[in-house]
Write a protein that binds this ligand. Structure first.
Ligand code: ADP
Ligand code: GLC
Length: 493
């Protein structure tokens, strides 16, 4: 154990590091739609290196069953009452790369979709998961001291634990709630919460879980959890302001003393341009021949003109409002018609953005490819084969893609918000400093200017060389973040 932790434990009057149970809707590599899964799948492994036993509890989604059923061990089962519904809960255990995962099995709630497309069905899915986790905890072969909840799906765990389990669930059990994305809050009528989770009507007030005439899962969690954190220091500040808080600024300011930000990291073994098996060639910051081969392979795979010299811009993303697609839609034609460049998109999400990108591909065949869908292998080839990586987000709690892109020598072009601001140093033409490009306001012309600046640099090999080296030299591994979490956990006890 590091001396720093030994001292901290001594100061807190403890002998051992805390045991932690992370509750999450998704966990990579088992199930994933975005960065939440990456974080929940990486944090326990980095905590283990520090001596912390952190395990995960997550739904047994169909995609997990399909791939891992033979490795899963059945632990026990019970039934939960969800209003008038009596539902089966199977608890299965999976050991994966040194990480222990408890899987909550119920075929009715966890099938093909990690998130049901009907909003009320999704709400019921995660109300069920919440109840199942609460009732499973006392019977696990592991006694957590901290339950680390993530986003609205698991935010009601601290509220229910403190209001419905007499004497508390377990003496000394503490709760941490991490906000990965405040835009999703789990809003519904109070009747629904009452029906699903039996919440007492005295909690349907603005002091507790009411917001703008709705019951709000995330707000309930923010009120009752012991500590709140989010995934970057900048975002922890931003969500105290109405522009970013999506209505939750009141509770976040009231609890500012218990709110902090810890920047995420990435799994350096999963995202590894030097060794990963799926890439056609390998490279590192000093030897980038392999990157040129990846670019050629990417162009070939996506039907783009085979040209090593043309700057290639990329996006790999969920296609939602958050990610700045309206800005891209504004400037794409302007840039594509004037500049010698290629553009690749891998993503899926809102139909209007998908349709816009499909139509753009039709207009610029051979120079632009919109791959509408989800593909891990293709995402890696895009990170490896692109020159620039676009993230013009309206808001970005942390963002992993810009860190991944930098690791593969693809320079990020980002809006200065949340974790993007905390991880990308914009190019300074006077000092040569930087590892990417950025713009400040949520404004399409600012994005266009940043992309033009990138194009300008592309024509100056010595400038590009410096920027790529800086980007690839950064260490975005999860170990640093895990140390911050470890300290936070110890502080909580
Ligand atoms: P968010 O969690 O908001 O989606 P992040 O940048 O934190 O954004 O993480 C996104 C993660 O999901 C990255 O690992 C990225 O590569 C991956 N990802 C997003 N969309 C796709 C897609 N269509 N195909 C493959 N991977 C994707
Ligand atoms: C969310 C955020 C993203 C963050 C990820 C993991 O999905 O949108 O910015 O990186 O969670 O914390």
């Amino acid at each position: 154990m590091k001396k720093e932790f030994r001292d901290l434990l001594k100061e807190r009057g403890r002998k051992e590091l805390p045991k932690v149970l992370l509750a999450s809707a998704e966990c990579a590599p088992l199930s994933k739609t975005g960065g939440l899964a990456d974080v929940v799948g990486t944090l326990p492994k980095s905590l283990a290196k520090l001596g912390i036993d952190a395990r995960v509890i997550t739904p047994y989604h169909r995609c997990i069953k399909d791939k891992y059923a033979s490795q899963v061990q059945h632990m026990f089962y019970f039934y939960v009452q969800l209003g008038w519904r009596r539902e089966y809960v199977g608890i299965e255990k999976l050991e994966l790369d040194g990480m222990t995962v408890y899987l909550v099995d119920n075929e009715r709630y966890f099938g093909d979709k990690i998130y049901r497309s009907e909003y009320m069905e999704e709400l019921e899915q995660y109300a069920f998961f919440t109840r199942a986790v609460l009732d499973a905890i006392p019977n696990l072969d592991f006694k957590p001291e901290i339950v680390h909840c993530n986003d609205w799906h698991t935010a009601m765990i601290p509220m229910l634990a403190k209001t419905q389990y007499p004497g508390g669930m377990q003496s000394g059990l503490k709760f941490l709630l991490t906000i990965h994305n405040i835009a999703f809050q789990g809003k519904c009528s109070f009747d629904t919460v009452q029906d699903l989770l039996g919440v007492d009507s005295k909690y349907y007030t603005p002091e507790f879980m009411e917001l703008d005439g709705c019951a709000n899962f995330l707000k309930g969690g923010l009120v009752f959890t012991d500590r709140i954190n989010t995934v970057s220091p900048s975002y922890a500040e931003e969500i105290k302001m109405p522009y970013y808080a999506e209505g939750l600024q009141g509770i976040l300011n009231a609890r500012a003393g218990q709110l902090s930000g810890i920047i995420n990291g990435i799994d350096k073994d999963v995202f590894d341009p030097r060794h990963e098996a799926g890439l056609p060639a390998h490279f590192d910051k000093g030897h980038r021949k392999g990157k040129a081969q990846c670019k050629a392979a990417l162009q070939e795979r996506l039907g783009l003109e085979q040209r090593p010299d043309v700057p290639l811009f990329a996006m790999v993303t969920r296609m939602t409002e958050q990610k700045g697609f309206d800005l891209v839609a504004c400037v794409l034609d302007d840039l594509m018609s004037r500049e010698d460049m290629q553009f690749v998109l891998l993503g899926t999400g809102d139909e209007r953005f998908e349709n816009f990108m499909r139509a753009a591909e039709y207009r610029y065949k051979g120079r632009l490819c919109s791959y509408i869908g989800y593909s891990e292998p293709l995402s890696h080839l895009i990170y490896a084969g692109s020159d620039f990586f676009l993230m013009p987000s309206r808001f970005e709690p942390c963002g992993l893609s810009q860190m991944i892109a930098m690791r593969y020598g693809s320079l990020p072009i980002v809006r200065e918000t949340g974790g993007l601001r905390d991880t990308v140093i914009p190019y300074n033409q006077y000092t040569g400093e930087g590892d990417g490009f950025s713009f400040s306001n949520y404004d399409a012309w600012e994005l266009r200017d940043a992309m033009r600046k990138a194009l300008d640099c592309y024509r100056k090999p010595e400038v590009m060389e410096g920027l790529i080296r800086n980007a690839m030299s950064k260490d975005f591994g999860f170990d640093r973040s895990a140390e911050e979490y470890a300290k936070l956990y110890v502080w909580m006890l």
